[in-house]
Design a protein around this ligand. Structure first.
Ligand SMILES: Cc1ncc(COP(=O)(O)O)c(C=O)c1O
Length: 406
């Protein structure tokens, strides 16, 4: 994605320094949303020290941070229901655990996922991911045949909500599905935003058919979209299963969590349970996560992300040119497409990333056509940070327009 000569040696806030170079790069990728609170934040570094000095891996016992973190995550759902939390390592594993939970509970096999969705590269998360985002040939025969894909709605495309819900209904009528897996805002597809009512209608539809909904918040959650969980843009009561990871432990440990209704966990056998791995419930990860989330809530960082995101979106609108289209954003998950006469232009997007590097700005191409540029600054923006980002992006776009026209 970037020249091999670049070696990252230090990072702080939204700056990254490369070897042999005094001038930092402005990071608008933030570890694909795994560093939502900025690089090497002092509060998180203190949590890392605290965690490292207290306990290493203790598997068979509860620890206070683990229980407090579970409580915090369940409170964040803001619902009356009873929930339990399972801590794993990495997003893919958490998605796999969520799917196992739904299959065990419903005694059904089929799982429905969305076109443009990305849920990881492990098994069965890979089966649920869009073929355009993951080269499935690498998996041989291993991918699950019990996955059905339906279209995902996009608030910028008229009629896409009805079409998506109708496709989903057709599938659920014809097949008893264990679960529908959904990103409330699609991440790898390029921050594709569905109409607000989508999540609620999806939940109603699934409930009518006895199908559980797994909400994959691995990229959209932990404040990225201006809420603790992005699904909270919609009015959803008692979600069945919510999965988080990435920024959960501030970027220092790949902690993931499956937050699910008690009744789902109660069907899991205690002997030979599939809900165990050497590093699950890791005290290092859960301690860092607890302190990180306490800090984010104390500082109202999720609300601030909403305000800063709205400001950035407004300013970005004035920078657009005909090749930069479909600007969208929720919280600090912003993106635009790069198109040529209305068609995706992946080569131009490549050029855009190169122009950004020239201006010492880190962005990357994503989307099913590799023509989307995502802007994902840290939630810890303050003072003149929005102005700095806009000034730097203006320089990138000016350079891009010159190269593109030439
Ligand atoms: C929405 C979503 N789900 C799952 C994953 C997989 O997480 P991991 O890479 O930690 O396995 C990702 C990774 O980008 C993601 O964006």
């Amino acid at each position: 994605m970037y020249p091999e000569s670049l070696f990252a040696v230090r990072a702080e806030g939204m700056n990254v320094w490369m070897e042999g170079d005094d001038q930092p790069y402005l990071d608008l990728v933030m570890g694909y949303s795994s560093v939502n609170f900025g690089h090497c934040h002092p509060v998180i570094i203190a949590a890392v020290h605290e965690a490292a000095c207290a306990l290493d891996q203790i598997h068979a016992f509860h620890t206070a941070p683990q229980l407090e973190l579970s409580e915090l995550l369940v409170r964040a759902l803001a619902t009356q229901g009873d929930y339990k939390v399972y801590f794993d390592v990495g997003g893919s594993n958490a998605v796999a655990a969520a799917v196992r939970l739904c299959r065990t509970f419903t005694r059904r096999e089929t799982v429905v996922a969305f076109e443009g969705g990305f849920h990881g590269t492990g098994h069965p998360a890979a089966s649920l991911s869009d073929d355009r985002l993951l080269d499935k040939k690498q998996y041989g025969e291993q991918l699950s045949p019990n996955v059905i894909k339906v279209p995902f709605p996009d608030y910028l495309v008229d009629g896409s909500l009805r079409a998506a819900l109708m496709s989903l209904e057709t599938v659920l009528v014809n097949k008893a599905a264990a679960a529908v897996v959904v990103e409330p805002i699609q991440g790898a597809a390029g921050f594709i935003v569905p109409p607000r009512e989508f999540m609620q209608e999806l939940q109603c539809l699934a409930r009518r058919h006895g199908t559980l909904v797994i909400i994959d918040e691995i990229q959209s959650g932990i404040g990225r979209c201006g809420h603790f969980f992005a699904y909270q843009r919609s009015n959803i009561e008692s979600p069945d299963v919510v999965v988080v990871s990435k920024s959960l432990a501030g970027g220092y440990y790949p902690l993931s969590a499956v937050i699910a209704k008690n009744e789902l966990f109660s069907t899991v056998p205690s002997i030979g349970t599939a809900f165990q791995s050497t590093f699950n419930n890791n005290p290092f990860g859960t301690t860092i996560a607890l302190r990180t989330l306490e800090f984010a809530l104390r500082e109202h960082l999720f609300d601030k992300a909403k305000d800063h995101g709205a400001e950035l979106l407004r300013e970005l609108r004035s920078l657009l040119c005909p090749a930069l289209t479909r600007l969208r954003g929720v919280g600090l998950a912003l993106a635009f497409d790069i198109s040529d006469s209305g068609r995706p232009a992946p080569e131009w997007a490549k050029l855009f990333v190169a122009c950004a590097l020239e201006e010492r700005v880190l962005v990357y191409r994503s989307g099913v056509y590799r023509n989307v540029i995502k802007i994902a600054p840290p939630l810890t923006l303050d003072g003149n940070d929005v102005e700095t980002i806009i000034t730097r992006l203006r320089a990138v776009i000016t350079r891009f327009k010159k190269v593109c026209i030439a």
